[in-house]
Unconditional design. Structure first.
Length: 501
């Protein structure tokens, strides 16, 4: 039975555990498969040219269908979408673990992306509609924000352990118990308010334009990473993305029941939160990539030891999100947490620009990770809460989807852009120092580290950009108000909207 109109669901805290478990599974999957990829490539005979599709197949399906998945959750009901997403993700994971050839592996990854695009927005929107009290909402989003931020680093540890001690296939099979437990718990403990369902018809033209536009955008960045930014297909993808997403914006402004009501993103605070989160993810995804390579290739860490080395960042994110952000978000404006949080994180980035081939982990990398974790955890919690704050209950799914879109697109940009910068700096270093080099191995390592630190400098300025965006756009006096219990939403009383791209 659904909770009464305007009342708090008595099982909401039990529901939070299963929502958080599902979110952890989705976030873990983003990095856990990366660790297992070399082993899977060897086992299935995947060529170097095709291995990127293990990552790209998931990214295209997930990124392209997020808005559609968010609106479907609004239409079907979030619990139903949540459970279907979990079951589908588990089946897709089983297919990946049992893959006997590369085609099966690609198919499983694409299906994971499809069901993940339904699951992720449903999870975030369930939090939005279940936790409407300000203090409780802060605690719930503190947990959710910590998982969203720390899950990627935990994935490195778990992926390394499973690959080293069991088999790469377990990086897929491990999702199944997560999904089963979360699905059973959802059926038992999750009940959404009756007034939160969106009964309008599905905007098919908007769904097609948004999905194709996001696929073109994500694929453009993925291809740029492996090819060249001026390569014809890459440029075509970017042009197509601009045209399709512009057409999507026009359609959404004219149809009766839009896939993405423009009020969701044109609100100053929500738009600012999406932009700040996206920029922060650009920097963070690039950092995870380079720090992983640095520890494994330059320092010779095993996958498991690399995962352990990331734990201080995980601890920092959990503390920042649950003990700093969640405790202060109802007492101070969101901007007063987001700006300092991103600044502290950028200070951690600044420390990592000092990497050399023999940098001390304890003296540089450890404190940098603690600063990054504390800063991102403190900033992510109010940002994720603000991104779904004061949205109409019937728009909660698509508002949650926009959080995931900003993160997914930010991740694609971060990996492509920063990897290109690092590769260019590495090549330039080799060219400049090759003549006087007496140790070829040393030159290779020094050039790699130079490439990493050059890219991390860019990541530092990008995360600083998150702080600037937060300072300029976020003006909410307090976070944690959630959706309007009346079901009518409170967009009407929001600050004067501005379009945020």
């Amino acid at each position: 039975m659904s909770p009464a109109h305007g009342s708090l669901d008595p099982k909401r805290w039990q529901a939070l555990f299963f929502i958080a478990l599902a979110q952890l599974m989705v976030v873990l999957d983003g990095t856990i498969v990366n660790i297992a990829l070399p082993s899977a490539q060897t086992d299935l005979g995947i060529s170097d040219g095709n291995r990127q599709w293990v990552i790209t197949a998931y990214a295209l399906a997930f990124g392209g269908l997020l808005l559609f998945g968010g609106r479907v959750a609004d239409l079907w009901g979030r619990r139903r979408a949540f459970v279907i997403g979990l079951v589908g993700f588990a089946l897709a994971s089983a297919l990946g673990g049992a893959a006997s050839n590369e085609a099966m592996l690609y198919l499983s990854r694409a299906l994971q992306g499809v069901f993940g695009a339904l699951l992720a927005p449903a999870a975030l929107s369930l939090l939005t509609i279940l936790f409407t009290d300000a203090k409780e909402r802060a605690k719930a989003f503190g947990v959710f924000g910590a998982i969203a931020g720390a899950g990627a680093a935990i994935g490195l540890l778990l992926g390394g352990a499973l690959t080293d001690y069991l088999d790469w296939r377990w990086t897929f099979f491990v999702n199944i118990p997560f999904a089963v437990i979360a699905a059973v718990g959802a059926m038992m403990y999750i009940h959404e308010p009756e007034n939160a369902r969106n009964r309008s018809t599905l905007d098919i033209p908007g769904a097609v334009l948004a999905s194709l536009g996001l696929v073109a955008l994500v694929y453009g960045f993925a291809r740029a990473e492996h090819e060249d930014w001026t390569e014809s297909v890459t440029v075509t993808m970017f042009v197509a993305a601009v045209v399709l997403l512009a057409a999507f914006g026009i359609v959404e402004s004219r149809v009766k029941s839009p896939l993405l009501p423009l009020r969701v993103i044109t609100d100053r605070n929500r738009g600012g939160a999406y932009a700040a989160l996206g920029l922060a993810i650009v920097g963070m995804f690039g950092l995870f990539l380079f720090l992983t390579y640095y520890l494994q290739v330059v320092r010779g860490y095993s996958p498991v030891k690399t995962g352990v080395a990331f734990l201080p960042m995980v601890a920092g994110m959990i503390i920042g999100s649950t003990q700093v952000g969640a405790r202060l978000v109802t007492r101070v404006p969101a901007r007063m947490l987001m700006v300092p949080g991103f600044l502290v994180a950028s200070l951690g980035m600044l420390l990592l620009t000092q990497l050399s081939i023999d940098t001390s982990y304890a003296a540089v990398i450890l404190p940098a990770q603690v600063l990054l974790g504390l800063g991102m955890g403190t900033a992510f919690m109010p940002a994720m809460s603000l991104a779904t704050e004061r949205v109409k209950p019937t728009d909660a799914g698509v508002a949650g989807a926009m959080v995931n879109v900003s993160q997914q697109v930010g991740g694609a940009i971060g990996i492509a852009l920063l990897n290109t910068i690092a590769a260019g700096a590495t090549t330039a270093y080799v060219t400049d120092h090759a003549a006087g080099a007496t140790n070829e191995r040393l030159l290779v390592l020094e050039s790699m580290v130079h490439g990493y630190t050059t890219a991390i400098w860019w990541a530092f300025f990008i995360v600083l950009g998150s702080a600037v965006v937060s300072a300029l756009l976020i003006n909410s006096k307090g976070s944690g108000h959630g959706t309007d219990a009346s079901g009518e939403g409170s967009d009407e009383g929001a600050p004067i909207p501005v379009m945020v791209h």
